[in-house]
Ligand binder design. Structure first.
Ligand code: CP
Length: 317
């Protein structure tokens, strides 16, 4: 694998292979006192984050360290980005300093693709850890891993993705990956939180959450991205208010009761409890939110393995 920039266009066989590798890594490390494999010894992984993150940054760092890579974390705030250095110069600097892989989160859609273009000749691999409203491929892979754990397979499963779709890179990456792996996806959102052109996506669209819940095998709640809702001035916002949103699209206990017994509740985090999802739902047996975080480490180990390990290196060698 050259880079991991998106799930749009990701070969389903490669995606399945990454998920299988993550499963193998999870089984290998289960119950071990020392969670350390030598697989990526001598490789250098740099996380380059221009936006806040807890789950993605930490789990990539743990993933690299559990595979014995050297991991360096760079955040825009503490680097020469603050002195005006461009993304291109920053990327070339990290590559020259010895990065085998740069994991980037950036507010601009397309930033990871640009980085991959600039680093093309250097051999440094790029992983997109979230670019604007575009994609967050490792989130979709860890969501798929979690659904496979709970449901056995994604083939023919119905997944409702609910909420702020228009600003969600998690939704975009999940739509492409889930469809490629054989799931049916329904987007449930108010018209103002759906993107232009959604008709061409491999999904159906609904505005009625209650109507979609009984047939769903999984419900993926999205974070409401207030920081990206810049349209309209004070009092002119065309998005629903927090109260309207919660009433129409919040996953509360009453709605949890509409789900089938086997149905799974997901949320990429961070959650707005009480608005997007009630605590009683987030902490219920149907919720796989903690499992998503745990799987995030194994999936990101698998991604680093597929990018950086040589042919001769076994996954758990
Ligand atoms: N899901 C996710 O990307 O979370 P973080 O912003 O905490 O990394």
């Amino acid at each position: 694998m050259k880079h991991l920039l998106a799930t749009d266009g990701l070969d389903p066989e490669l995606a399945t292979s990454i998920l299988d590798t993550a499963d193998e890594l999870k089984r290998t490390l289960l119950g071990r006192e020392v969670r350390k494999l030598p697989t990526l010894r001598g490789r250098t992984v740099i996380t380059l984050f221009y936006e806040n993150s807890t789950r993605t940054r930490v789990s990539f760092e743990i993933a690299g360290k559990w595979m014995s890579a050297d991991v360096v974390n760079v955040s825009a705030g503490g680097s020469s980005v603050g002195k005006g250095e461009s993304l291109r110069d920053t990327a070339l600097t990290l590559s020259a300093a010895g990065a085998d892989c740069v994991i980037i989160r950036h507010p601009a859609s397309g930033a990871a693709h640009r980085l991959a273009g600039w680093l093309g000749e250097t051999g440094t691999k790029v992983v997109n850890a979230g670019d604007g409203t575009h994609e967050h491929p490792t989130q979709a892979l860890l969501d798929a891993a979690t659904l496979r754990d709970r449901l056995g397979s994604l083939d023919g499963r119905r997944v409702a993705i609910v909420g702020d779709v228009v600003h969600s890179r998690v939704a975009r990456s999940n739509v492409h990956l889930l469809a490629a792996l054989g799931a049916e996806v329904v987007l449930v959102a108010p018209p103002t939180l759906l993107p232009v052109g959604v008709e061409s996506w491999p999904v159906t669209v609904s505005h009625q959450l209650d109507a979609e819940l009984p047939a769903a095998d999984a419900v993926m709640m999205l974070r409401v991205q207030a920081e990206r809702m810049t349209g309209g001035g004070p009092g002119q916002s065309f998005f629903p208010s927090a109260r309207e949103y919660s009433i129409a699209y919040g996953l509360n206990e009453k709605r949890l009761a509409l789900l089938a017994d086997h149905a799974v509740v997901l949320h990429p985090g961070p959650m707005l409890r009480g608005m997007e999802i009630a605590s009683a739902v987030a902490d219920s047996p149907a919720s796989a939110i903690t499992e998503q975080v745990r799987n995030g480490v194994h999936v990101r180990m698998a991604v680093l393995y597929h990018l950086l390990a040589g042919e001769e290196e076994g996954v758990a060698a």
